[in-house]
Write a protein that binds this ligand. Sequence first.
Ligand SMILES: [Zn+2]
Length: 247
Amino acid sequence: MLLLYAMLGLVVSSFLNVCIDRLPEGESIVSPPSHCPYCGRRLAPLDLIPLLSYILLRGRCRYCGAPIPRRVLVVEATTGLLFALLWYRYGLSLRLLLATLYTCLFIVIFVVDLEHRLVLNRVIYPAIAVALLAVPFTPHHQVVELLAGGALGFGLLFLVALVYPAGMGMGDVKLATFIGLVVGFPSVFVALLISFVAGGLAGGSLLVSGLKGRKDPIPFAPFLVTGGMVAMLYGKEILDWYWRWVL
Ligand SMILES: [Zn+2]
């Protein structure tokens, strides 16, 4: 079953790649059918098999030879692995369904921000709406925990954005709101702590290595998403471990 679910993840990953390609351009994600962005040729079913077609075609369009971004392959593999992890963690349950939906949104937000330095309103607003609608039905979390998580995510990052507008945009604030609604209080602190530590380490090492200057913006959403994913999957365990260690 875990393998089947991972296969489902691969199928879904093709759709996520379409979303990542088209949403920043303001294009529809349902039509036209998948085509090569260079030669416009419509892709045959054989070109659309996740992982396999990229490997068989050696990362190039079958018709014009234009390179397919390596990101396509990375998103496919990552989505498959994450689906396997979600099944391993939750089994067949309502929790699995919700976590899967949130994971897909996380993947799209992560890659779009990495490629465009944008958290798209057309992704994050529906994401927040879905999380709000799911609040009363989320197993293992009380309504008040989830709402408090959303409020904390919003409030804390809004403060950071006020103090440090160059480093934190409103897109990050909306994303933190979504993450807070997904993981709830107190796991929202785990999510934010991981994001800031990871973002600080990555920013610091890019600065030290000279790959980025002090003024270069570094997209923060990938770090928030990483923190959100870890907190969604293991927030409670991390907090339990932390309290045992402190007390
Ligand atoms: Zn082509």
